[in-house]
Write a protein that binds this ligand. Structure first.
Ligand code: NAD
Length: 494
């Protein structure tokens, strides 16, 4: 993998520096050394990118192509993305600290997003109603316009694809503002899109700090909608800033997802799954099972086995194929996670981890950390930590399990472990979460809704919901017969 000397914006088909020349340093997480600089966009760069996107939307072919034609380009993008699997995995692992084995496959998932939305727009049907002899009503579906896409640093390329694919499939033009911690893989998009034949100006990318470049994108009067994935507090700020112009908003926000393990569950499977659910992707995962609620009769055994397994998880160099947990993305984030670990030590019983592994004296490494007997009032029970840290809490009854599961501000995902059919459905239905998995970790079908409730999000994506967000359904009413029209002022006609 060749590292770029600098990372630039991509505006109107060209690679450019910031109008005002600003840059920021980009670190890799195993030693926190600066490996490159990226262009730091501000309002001037956002202006240029939005103007290019607007021109491409107003005058260019992309929004006017037949769905089949756009789908062909999307499929070529998918092929090009897949062909980058090795490079992309190496880049993501290097830039984010994800273990290489988990970074592999990100390109396949990203490619799948393009293929999926290509298929969907080709198959899309819209409503039409006929009132015999009177009216034909039909839906004229149109792309909304210029979409602002703002994305986080966990699995950055894949999450960017989750927004780019439906926005482009719908015929929108876009300005992407990737996360400043991890700009490396996003620099692949321009080449991939050009090779696939996406017209210039349809895709624009501005790097930069969220409060500057992201903020300018949100507030820009010529951006029609914002799709945002990131922290709940950032989501609230964006919500406020987009309100003056009543922009369309889709928000995928934070989580503190419960895994509820009943005593009758397959405990071996629940153990594998809940460990994977919170320690994969370094625990930097929105749907992480970061609270494990365990029924009292199996609680002690579960905690003991969980702690032993967590202590045996291999923490190390993200590039090493044996590594299960790599380095956290950035020293600022690492400090934040360590802060929670210290808080946790005062709130609950530490049964594994809780410190930097002895064999890794530098870099953002944390041993998988398990707290048991965590009370519901604890900050480590209530707040998203976004690292390899889990809170385990016992419960006695089904009602108490549901109450504990719901007693946080978030409502993204939940996992229910039981072999009792009635209980599985009942408890799943009562949990306040956008998505529930029964006897599994997060495995998704792209057709189903994705999103959270409460502080975890606004709106759902997935399947046609994503296309609905990037399109308007214009209702056209065609008169087929006589229309009864009261003749106001008819005397004036004589
Ligand atoms: P973040 O909110 O700090 O940043 C996300 C993006 O927003 C970045 O590109 C950032 O530059 C930008 N940003 C920051 N402030 C902004 C502002 N004022 N205006 C406009 N843009 C701004 O989030 P993060 O730390 O990058 O990502 C981690 C968070 O993302 C976690 O809370 C995680 O749960 C959440 N997440 C949610 C999902 C989901 O689908 N629900 C998926 C992945 C991550």
């Amino acid at each position: 993998m060749q590292l770029p000397q600098s990372i630039r914006h991509h505006i109107d088909g060209k690679s450019v520096d910031s109008v005002h020349g600003g840059t920021f340093d980009v670190l890799e997480p195993t030693k926190n050394t600066v490996y490159t600089t990226a262009a730091a966009g501000d309002a001037a760069d956002i202006d240029a990118a939005v103007a290019a996107a607007r021109r491409a939307f107003r005058d260019g072919p992309w929004p006017r192509l037949r769905n089949r034609e756009r789908a062909r380009v999307l499929n070529r993008i998918a092929d090009a993305v897949e062909a980058q699997d090795e490079t992309l995995a190496a880049m993501e692992s290097f830039d984010t600290g994800l273990p290489i084995t988990q970074a592999k496959g990100q390109a396949r998932r990203a490619a799948e997003n393009f293929r999926f939305f290509a298929d969907l727009v080709v198959a899309q049907t819209d409503e039409a109603y006929r009132v015999p002899g009177a009216q034909l009503n039909y839906v004229n579906r149109k792309p909304v316009g210029v979409a602002g896409l703002i994305t986080p640093w966990n699995t950055p390329f894949m999450l960017e694809s989750w927004k780019l694919a439906p926005a482009l499939a719908a015929g929108c033009t876009v300005v992407l503002k990737p996360a400043e911690f991890t700009p490396l893989s996003a620099s692949l998009w321009a080449g991939i899109f050009a090779e696939a034949g996406l017209p210039d100006g349809v895709f624009n990318l501005v790097n930069g700090i969220g409060e500057v470049a992201g903020d300018a994108l949100v507030k820009h009067p010529d951006v029609d909608l914002i799709s945002f994935t990131g922290e709940t507090t950032t989501g609230s700020t964006i919500f406020r800033n987009a309100s003056d112009r009543l922009k369309g908003l889709s928000m995928e926000l934070g989580g503190k997802s419960p895994a509820v393990v009943f005593a009758d569950a397959d405990l071996d499977a629940a153990l594998d799954s809940t460990l994977f659910g919170v320690f994969s992707l370094n625990g930097e995962r929105c749907t992480a099972s970061s609270r494990v609620l365990v029924e009292r009769p199996v609680y002690d055994e579960f905690v003991a086995r969980y702690a032993r397994r967590a202590a045996a998880v291999k923490v190390g160099d993200p590039a090493d194929p044996a590594t299960e947990v790599g380095a956290l993305v950035h020293p600022e984030h690492y400090e934040r996670v360590l802060g929670y670990v210290e808080i946790g030590k005062t709130e609950a019983k530490l049964v594994a981890g809780g410190e930097r592994p002895a064999h890794l004296p530098e870099g953002n490494y944390l041993a998988p950390t398990v707290f048991a007997d965590v009370p519901r009032t604890a900050r480590i029970f209530q707040e998203e930590i976004f690292g390899p840290v889990v809170a385990i809490t016992p419960f006695d009854t089904e009602d108490e399990a549901v109450e504990l599961a719901n007693d946080v501000r978030y409502g993204l995902a939940a996992y229910v472990w039981t072999n009792d059919l009635r209980r599985a459905h009942d408890v799943s239905g009562r949990i306040e979460a956008g998505m529930v998995w029964i006897n599994s970790h997060n495995v998704r079908d792209l057709r189903s809704p994705f999103g959270g409730v409460k502080a975890s999000g606004v709106g759902h994506e997935g399947g046609y919901r994503s296309l609905d967000f990037y399109t308007q359904e214009q209702a056209i009413h065609v008169t087929l017969g006589d229309v009864h029209t009261p003749r106001f002022g008819k005397d004036g006609d004589q």
